[in-house]
Write a protein that binds this ligand. Sequence first.
Ligand code: SF4
Length: 193
Amino acid sequence: MDNNIWHLTGVMEENFNDYKLPSMLISTGFCDDKCSKDLFKSKYERGCSLCHNDKLVETTPYTFRELLETYTANIITKALVIAGKEPMKEFYILLELVKYFRTLSSDDIVIYTGYNKFEVLDKIKELEKFPNIIVKYGRWIPYTKKIYDEVLGIELWSCNQYAERLDNQNKKIGWYTEKEFEKSCKILHGEVL
Ligand code: SF4
């Protein structure tokens, strides 16, 4: 497992923007451009992507051992954040890294996904098997209001986004019950009239 490799667009040893605890940030390399496709279909079809992670293009291979040695050598960081492009797009390697990290540390792992929860329920079920996993859900929708997220302790860019701690029995989903929230997402994406 030490020698498993993840091709990443970046590793930031200390990051203070994406979680309430000082974190190491790793940035993944692939996404299906779903935010642009869903919300700006006509522009996307003309070849115009509005994804703010578009600049994350070139990937570099990192072994799991390298990543974890970097994390454990830093006395400031208390969490690992795995973010954009789209970590769920490479779920197999994400899950392997979570397993590996958990053999060495029970620190929080925060996963930023652009998917809504109902789109990745099978993956959430796998991640729920581990303690201290936090997932931030939801598309990036420009020009919506920012929203403060209590779980992350930071402001998220779109008010449809939220995070949950997977091992918390009293999960909060913004202002809604989970059912209401999923329905509102489906309406937003034209799946329910
Ligand atoms: S999920 Fe992230 S990387 Fe993918 S299109 Fe949305 S903002 Fe861009």
